[in-house]
Design a protein around this ligand. Structure first.
Ligand SMILES: Cc1cc2nc3c(=O)[nH]c(=O)nc-3n(C[C@H](O)[C@H](O)[C@H](O)COP(=O)(O)OP(=O)(O)OC[C@H]3O[C@@H](n4cnc5c(N)ncnc54)[C@H](O)[C@@H]3O)c2cc1C
Length: 279
């Protein structure tokens, strides 16, 4: 935030107190709203989130929530008490910086200061959208859909030996499923960690009883399983795709907010974007 906005209020051009609108009610959006109040912001705070659940933390989704050991991981924040206007089930579809408003399915929402906190969305495996039995794991709804899959103890193929793949494979093994993990690179976490750091992960898959197949490219997936580029067919009752995430910034297309090559929002060392009053 700029100096003028870090403490207290700033008069809006129309007179009264300024309104901060935060898009995205994940950890970043919620903590921004709470921190604004903690640091003395007295103006209006509106927090818009696409999901209909009370804001929650994602790490337990691939652990306790998936295994049915916890129902959820709702963040312990008293939004009403803090005077934070939480609006759930609202997808923001566009930014009109010239008019200082964001567009939503429920109509335009004006802001004086805008915070972009829409996080990331999982990358689907090309050609698998809509194929029955293919899952992503990002939201509470995804975790709830996957719980009964684990409970049925089916043969599961996980595509991607990254963090999500590793965590899902562990949970699925704990639930008694047969698990095969296919990874296009020659080792787990190839895109995230240097080889010597990631090396212990290979043995870890073996220890937890999951079969790890590296150097394996998936060419097609259907409801019975998947086909690898070398002709191997893997049978699967369910396929879980964990091949990475990308910034959820589609809604900024056509706005003046500059995006970097990976579609993330370009910002300076004070989190200012290329558009005034948009952070
Ligand atoms: C299964 C899983 C397990 C994880 N485990 C760990 C872990 O063990 N340790 C760790 O450090 N990290 C873990 N992570 C990563 C961690 O959860 C993320 O770093 C964190 O969620 C990022 O928070 P965020 O608020 O920036 O973004 P997000 O969590 O992506 O939240 C963004 C929110 O914005 C909403 N949104 C997006 N677009 C729009 C729109 N156009 N309009 C309105 N709302 C929108 C989304 O619905 C979402 O609720 C895990 C992630 C997952 C998915």
């Amino acid at each position: 935030m700029s100096d003028e906005t870090t403490t207290g209020t700033k008069a809006s051009p129309g007179g009264g107190e300024q309104r901060v609108v935060i898009v995205g009610a994940g950890m970043a959006g919620v903590q921004t709203a709470v921190a604004l109040r903690e640091q003395g912001w007295t103006g209006e705070i509106v927090l818009l989130g696409e999901e209909t659940h009370q804001p929650y933390d994602r790490p337990p989704l691939s652990k306790a929530v998936l295994l049915g050991k916890a129902d959820g991981s709702t963040l312990d924040v008293d939004f009403a008490g803090l005077g934070i206007g939480l609006r759930l089930g609202v997808r923001v579809t566009g930014l009109r910086a010239d008019k200082r408003l964001v567009e939503t399915g429920a109509g335009p929402v004006p802001y004086d200061i805008l915070v972009i906190a829409t996080g990331a969305e999982p990358i689907p495996l090309p050609g698998t959208e809509g194929v029955p039995g293919v899952h992503l794991l990002r939201t509470l709804d995804d975790a709830e859909r996957l719980r009964p899959v684990l409970a049925r103890q089916r043969e599961i193929v996980v595509v991607g030996a990254g963090w999500i793949g590793a965590e899902f494979a562990t949970a699925a093994r704990e639930a008694g499923c047969a698990v095969t993990v296919v990874e296009a690179a020659d080792r787990p976490l190839a895109g995230a960690l240097p080889a010597e750091v990631a090396a212990p992960m290979t043995a870890w898959y073996e220890d937890c009883g999951a079969r790890l197949v590296t150097g394996a490219r998936v060419t097609s997936v259907d409801e019975n399983g998947l086909l690898l580029a070398d002709g191997t067919r893997l049978r699967a009752g369910a396929v879980v795709v964990g091949i990475g995430a990308r910034p959820a910034t589609d809604w900024l297309a056509g706005s003046d907010v500059e995006l970097a090559g990976d579609r993330s929002v370009a910002a300076d060392d004070r989190l200012r974007t290329s558009v005034p009053d948009v952070y």
